[in-house]
Design a protein around this ligand. Structure first.
Ligand SMILES: [Zn+2]
Length: 299
C-alpha cells in the first residue's frame, strides 16, 4: 500500500488522532467582497460572505447588509434582506460552516421589505425568534407599513409575509445569547420603528464596539412633505442624535454603500475608525435640512 493511501485508510478509521481545531474564523469568507460584487449592487444580487471582526460576519447581498454573530449558545442574525434573498442568506451562513438552524434570534433594523421581507422565510427555515423595537413590531407582524411612515404609500406595493415577534426591546433594551449581548437603540429617523444595534466584538485580544446603525435617510412617497409633520421631523432628528452618541468603533449600515462597507470589508479603507457614527449622522442631518429647505421653496 502506498504511503498516501495508507494515510487515507488510517484517517478513515480515525486512527490518526484528532486534528487540531482551526484557530482562525471560518474559511468560507471572501477577502474581497467589493471585487466579487463589482458593479452589481442590487438588493438581491448574490454576494459571498465576508468577515467583519471577531465573530461577526456579513452574510447579505451586494446591496443589502445582513449580519451574523456567533455566540457561545448559537447564532444571531440582524436583518434578512428582501424575501427573494433569503436562500442566499442561508447559503452564506452555510458557506461559513454554520448550520442555519443554530440561528436562535433574528433582529431587525427597520420594518421595510428590503431589510425585513425575508424574516418570515428565515424564521420558517431556522426556527429563530424575532426581536424588534416596539414601533416596528406591529408592522413586522402584519407585513404592512405604518400610516405614519413617510414612505407608507409607496410601501403598499411591497407588503411582507407576516413575521412572528418573540420579544420587543425598547430603547436601551438588550438581548443576551450565551456570551454575547446586543443592545437596542431607538433611532427613528428613516422609519418610525428604526432601531440600531451595538455589541462588543473581540479579536486578537482587542475588543471593539460594532454599531449596526440603521438607515438615516429622510425620504418619502410622492406628495409627502416633512414640514407638514413636525412630529416626524422631531423623531428623525432625535434618531440622528442617538446615532451620533453610539459607541461606534466599527460602523455597519443596512445599505453597505451608505458607509463604504464593502470597500472597508475588503481592506480598501479602514474598517474601524473614530467618529464614523458622528459623520454618518452629520450627513443625514444636512440632507434633512436640504429637504426641508426645498419643501419651503416648493422645489
Ligand atoms: Zn427603508
Amino acid at each position: 500500500m502506498a504511503q498516501s493511501s495508507k494515510i487515507a485508510v488510517l484517517a478513515a478509521l480515525g486512527l490518526l488522532g484528532t486534528a487540531p481545531a482551526p484557530a482562525a474564523p471560518p474559511t468560507g469568507a471572501s477577502r474581497n467582497i467589493r471585487a466579487a460584487c463589482g458593479a452589481r449592487e442590487g438588493w438581491s444580487d448574490p454576494a459571498p460572505p465576508a468577515h467583519i471582526h471577531g465573530r461577526s460576519w456579513y452574510v447579505g447581498t451586494c446591496g443589502i447588509t445582513v449580519v451574523l454573530i456567533k455566540t457561545s449558545a448559537g447564532l444571531i442574525l440582524i436583518d434578512s434582506g428582501p424575501a427573494e434573498a433569503a436562500p442566499q442568506v442561508l447559503a452564506n451562513v452555510r458557506a461559513l460552516g454554520f448550520d442555519p438552524r443554530r440561528i436562535r434570534w433574528i433582529l431587525s433594523t427597520h420594518e421595510h421589505f428590503d431589510h425585513a421581507g425575508g424574516i418570515a422565510t428565515l424564521q420558517r427555515a431556522t426556527g429563530a425568534k424575532l426581536a424588534t423595537g416596539p414601533h416596528a413590531a406591529g408592522a413586522l407582524r402584519s407585513g404592512r407599513p405604518y400610516p405614519d411612515d413617510p414612505q407608507a404609500e409607496r410601501l403598499q406595493a411591497y407588503l411582507m409575509a407576516p413575521a412572528r415577534v418573540g420579544r420587543v426591546l425598547g430603547d436601551g433594551g438588550s438581548l443576551t445569547l450565551g456570551d454575547t449581548t446586543v443592545t437596542a437603540h431607538a433611532t427613528p429617523t428613516h422609519s418610525p420603528g428604526s432601531t440600531s444595534w451595538t455589541w462588543t466584538s473581540c479579536e486578537s485580544g482587542q475588543c471593539l464596539t460594532i454599531a449596526y446603525a440603521d438607515s438615516l435617510s429622510t425620504i418619502s412617497s410622492d406628495g409627502y412633505r416633512f414640514r407638514d409633520h413636525p412630529e416626524r421631523v422631531a423623531a428623525a432628528r432625535a434618531g440622528m442624535r442617538s446615532v451620533e452618541r453610539l459607541d461606534c468603533d466599527i460602523l455597519l449600515t443596512p445599505h453597505p454603500s451608505s458607509s463604504d462597507l464593502l470597500e472597508r470589508l475588503s481592506g480598501q479603507r479602514p474598517l474601524a475608525a473614530p467618529r464614523q457614527c458622528v459623520a454618518y449622522a452629520a450627513g443625514a442631518s444636512k440632507d434633512l435640512a436640504e429637504r426641508l429647505a426645498a419643501e419651503q421653496t416648493g422645489k
